[in-house]
Design a protein around this ligand. Sequence first.
Ligand code: ADP
Length: 497
Amino acid sequence: MGRYIMALDQGTTSSRTILFDRHGNIVCQASKEFMQIFPKAGWVEHNPEEIWMTQLGTMQEVMKQAQIDGSDIVAIGITNQRETTVVWDKETGKPVYNAIVWQCRRTSEIIDKLVKDGYGETIRNKTGLVPDAYFSGTKIQWILNHVEGAREKAEKGQLLFGTIDTWLMWKLSGGKIHATDYTNASRTMIYNIHELKWDEELLKMLDIPKLMLPEVMASGGMFGYTTTDIVGAKIPISGVAGDQQAALFGQCCFDKGDVKNTYGTGCFLLMNTGKNPVQSKNGLITTIAASTNQVEYALEGSVFVAGAAIQWLRDQMRLVNKAPESEEIARQVEDTGDVYVVPAFTGMGAPYWKQNARGMVVGLTRGSTREHFVRATLESLAYQTYDVLKVMEQDAGVSINKIKVDGGASGNNLLMQFQADISGTEVIRSSVIETTGLGAAYLAGLTVGYWSSKEDIIKNNRVQHVFVPQMDKLEVENRLKGWRRAVRCALLYAEEE
Ligand code: ADP
């Protein structure tokens, strides 16, 4: 039996391959960036062939670095940027159009029309999603309507649709596998997350032929095998999950009520809600969580601008040279001197949902300094996370007392301590920060018996640091009061012409 699990982590800006050993340690990794294509304002595309070539390239690089051959790889797990849509020809294997990326807003008018026509509730109830151009459904429709001859071919069963996991599996298997997993299917806006099937009514609504859709399987399952020419042996592909669900699994959030938050460009908070899907009253999304047997659900909330606010400090405000420097600068002051920054650069998400809100800085005095400003921007990541946590607690009817964290900005100790203080929760940072790849590896490894059980995996889960709430309750309340006032200013600004 081979020694490693190979995780393919196909992200929005790069393709990565990571080898994990039995202890969940990273043995070797490689990544390659690929081109971001912006044909028009608000449009984002990737070249599916480039996605495949960069992924394959990193697989080969990792094998070379680790000096292993195909027999050393027990199984492959895949995790991917979610919602991004590829349509290709079943015979030739050629994509009929570039991949339309999750960020792409080209179909927002289709969504406006669906909502106007009264489909909003149906979409919410069946898919757990808030109708949005972000999800795959309207992207598939766009390709069928805009690529010459695509619709006729799709109706004859000559075209295939896939999210990136599906596209990669099809390539890895030489066209034998056309499948996806529950977590990726649950982001398409055409999958019924309660009945676990492609939904006829939604397919009709978007005019998408069912023939082009992949088979949907549990995240931990035998999807099929790679061809021998990929890594020199037939390797089982036995775990697949969208990136955020993979991270939830990689963080060992296996129990109902477990929460993780990823601090990247944005923040993604997910709570495992167990066997029952929880319908949010506050604009969170209900989605399927990765699991190896029975279907489990998660509540998901996102903060649009998190690490991006630190990039803004660096690139636009030029107040820091590098993102981690924000910590040193913020430490030079005890607090923000009552300055609050609301980085609503692209509107405000849960629980406010104000698209036309914009950024706000309040509380400035003659004594406000660069340090206060940097600290206030950093703290805004924690306040925004707090806001989503609170609605998650309300929706799920549980109180959250710990959050597992990962992502680039989770390396900031000041921010993590402030998060613990403000939300009154323990903030737990694990030693492996590649939780997305780890989640895919765990799913793949559990399926083939490389790990015998979740307990086996939990033993691997080494905590690097736990931040415990320390701030006085009254102080917390005061600061939150200030944050709420600042948010009210941003909302008010959105109202006034
Ligand atoms: P993504 O996967 O979204 O590209 P990453 O998980 O790589 O994001 O995290 C990068 C983001 O985190 C950037 O937006 C960066 O500004 C921010 N970041 C990285 N390190 C720090 C830090 N020490 N303090 C604050 N923000 C940071």
